[in-house]
Design a protein around this ligand. Sequence first.
Ligand SMILES: *Cc1c(COP(=O)(O)O)cnc(C)c1O
Length: 400
Amino acid sequence: MHIHPDARSVVRAIAPDEPVILNRPHAAERAARFFVEKFPGKSLYAVKANPSPDLLQVLWAGGVTHYDVASIAEVRLVRSALPQATLCFMHPVKTPRAIREAYFEHGVKTFSLDTMEELEKIVAACTNDAGEPAKDLRLLVRLRVSSDYSELSLASKFGVDLADAAPLLQATRQHSDWLGLCFHVGSQAMTPFAYVQALERVRVAVAEASVVIDVVDVGGGFPSLYPDMEPPPLEDYFEVIHRHFENLPIAYNADLWCEPGRALCAEYSSVLVRVEKRRGDELYINDGAYGALFDAAHVDWRFPVAALAEDLRDPVQDFAFYGPTCDDADYMKGPFVLPGDIQAGDYIEIGMIGAYGAAMKTGFNGFGNAEQIVVSDEPMASLYRGDRVIPTTDNVVSLR
Ligand SMILES: *Cc1c(COP(=O)(O)O)cnc(C)c1O
């Protein structure tokens, strides 16, 4: 495998017509080691953020042994890439066949649920042909919590309401020697307080149900760095989570888990694109809403950008992007800050698309191709390099 030093080197070598995903294994491995060493519990990788088998190998090398999977296809994928990994099926709505295959063929014991129906479904699907129920299930009840402190909400779809949690926890305890509570505060949580309010709900749920809890899983939501989104250091999140976890009325030997997606892989990839046309302050580039820039189009996410041509002299200005498909929705309002004399034919590197970027690419309108190339330079921003200038305002909250 040929490793290029950086995006400029790729442009010089192949002047690509199509977007190219640039991967930085060293950045993902560094993120993995950071979580493994500093999070005061076990860190599961949420595979949906980026299911690339190469990335899975990198995270495994970085010490991540447990993987949060949400579909039977993800179960099969991780099982084939990492035969030794522990898989946790954390989608609260699964099909009986998916549960059965996961349990009997792939050794999955850990499942999440948020209704009595799902509990019954899991128990039935894991009963063997002789009619004996599984004795080694590890079940987690997903609690609904607020997404108020996160950029992307995950509050409305999944999770049992606090008012209904006690009977569900008690019923789940009957089928599981090892019982947990999990939640998700929403993606890109901009303050550690997101986890405090969620752990307060966990406290109430445990007290009302009076059941023994073996694990609390604080889910994902750990932020990465983007323009205008400067979160406090991850150590602050870990410290606050640990302190509130220690104060819960649970078994003294209970485990603490987290399921980062974004924080483990955002720095892994950037995408190299070319300007095909300029119209005023709009640049028509060759990737977009149906490619690696889904969030830029659909939730106006801003990603860091860098122009790669060396002869651009004008001061920077704000640009919007159009993607390559014929759909008006293939538009990214940005603003993306680039030199004023950028023009058709120039290349741009768009950073921090390792999470929910590279993974979202579709083939719509024939624009799905993207070669993947490994580069060895630093990502455009990093939470893990140790040289970050921390924002001085505490708990920088940016609410939608
Ligand atoms: C998406 C998801 C994650 C990862 O979330 P991030 O915000 O990317 O950290 C973790 N757990 C579950 C259940 C999820 O659905």
